[in-house]
Ligand binder design. Structure first.
Ligand code: UDP
Length: 340
């Protein structure tokens, strides 16, 4: 039997972190999370509070003394704390850049002191507006100018990746980098622009579904349970150390098709009858001037499969069912997101 491990999850009260904490506890590991509750929610972890082996600290990861202690006490770190979401990047780039760069620096510095494995959560935004889909880990990045705040997120996470790899090569720190593609599931909020919770909440409130542009842009949505499974496999995969992995589903869907599927499920009507509930919003009204949307975002997930055997198991239809059920039973969260 596997030895019990103690994992530190930064950003553990967030959407992905809370699911990861749950999965680790379920298999008998000890979990400490640190979260400043800026985008994470206490509600996400409330049900874990009385579980044996669960500890939480409400603080920022740049608090050096706290991080030093937490890192010294754990076996490995999942570094998920970050500022995410397109809306946040446009509205508050100072916060995004500082949180991502300074936060990761603080985590790596503490990890290096005790030589603890860091699994760094990165993003498909790294690839920028490249049109060479599917994206492979060593592909070139294609970005816009620094005068467009949108790209600051991509570059802030790229600095995180550079720094993590530099700590690995120069200081022998074990690191693994995961680039998450669009991850969806229960507990994700629509407050920061994410499309699935937004559409689900609009449909449940009986509002028109706001599809930006012509809706022909596409994404690959991966269920958070599949993403968590990938993290559990990677953290135990010795050959993954020093490597970068795409973590995502390759099932591609257009945003218009996504809207149709959500309306069909919520209203229990055939997909052909859903268009009356969907409104196309021009990009100029949806985002600040100069915003560029990505037309396609598709991962090549073959490296992850090669190293760990991972393949996604949950289809989009089932993921949407889970998200709809979540918002049906958590209407207070839906109401809070609606204020934004
Ligand atoms: N989107 C949309 N309506 C919304 C929110 C998002 O049509 O209310 C679109 C957005 O323009 C993008 C896609 O959905 O093409 C995915 O957006 P999200 O912010 O979830 O992820 P990302 O763009 O970072 O992949």
């Amino acid at each position: 039997m596997k030895n019990k491990q103690h994992y530190l999850i930064t950003g553990g009260a967030g959407f992905i972190g809370s699911h990861l904490a749950e999965a680790l506890l379920a298999r008998g590991d000890e979990v400490t999370i640190i979260d400043n509750l800026s985008t994470g929610r206490f509600d996400n972890i409330q049900h874990l509070v009385d579980r044996p082996g669960f500890h939480f600290v409400i603080d920022t990861i740049t608090h050096e003394m706290v991080m030093d202690r937490l890192v010294s006490e754990c076996d490995a770190i999942f570094h998920l704390a970050a500022a995410v979401g397109v809306q946040l990047i446009i509205e508050n780039p100072v916060h995004v850049i500082e949180t991502n760069v300074l936060g990761t620096h603080a985590v790596l510095k503490a990890a290096a002191r005790y030589r603890k494995l860091v699994l760094l959560a990165s993003t498909s935004e790294i690839y920028g507006k490249s049109v060479q889909v599917p994206f492979r880990e060593n592909d070139d990045r294609v970005l816009g100018p620094t005068t467009k705040a949108r790209w600051s997120y991509s570059d802030s996470k790229a600095v995180d990746e550079f720094l993590a790899l530099a700590y690995h090569h120069q200081l022998d720190l074990p690191v693994i980098i995961c680039r998450f593609f669009n991850t969806v599931g229960p507990r994700q909020t629509g407050q920061y622009g994410m499309v699935v919770p937004r559409f689900v909440q609009q449909a449940l409130r009986g509002e028109p579904i706001t599809v930006y542009g012509d809706g022909e842009q596409s994404r690959c949505f991966c269920n958070v349970a599949d993403v968590v499974r990938a993290l559990l496999l990677l953290v135990e995969c010795k050959s993954a150390i020093g490597e970068v992995f795409n973590v995502g589903n390759t099932q591609e869907t257009t945003i218009l098709n996504l809207a149709r599927q959500i309306v069909a499920q919520v209203k229990a009507i055939p997909v052909e009858q859903t268009d009356a509930y969907i409104t196309l919003i021009p990009y100029s009204e949806a985002y600040a001037p100069g915003f560029e949307d990505m037309q396609r975002r598709v991962p090549d997930a073959s490296k992850l499969k090669h190293f760990t055997g991972w393949e996604p198991q949950i289809l989009l239809d089932e993921t949407l069912r889970q998200v709809i059920a979540y918002y049906r039973t958590n209407s207070s969260i839906a109401a809070e997101s609606a204020k934004v």
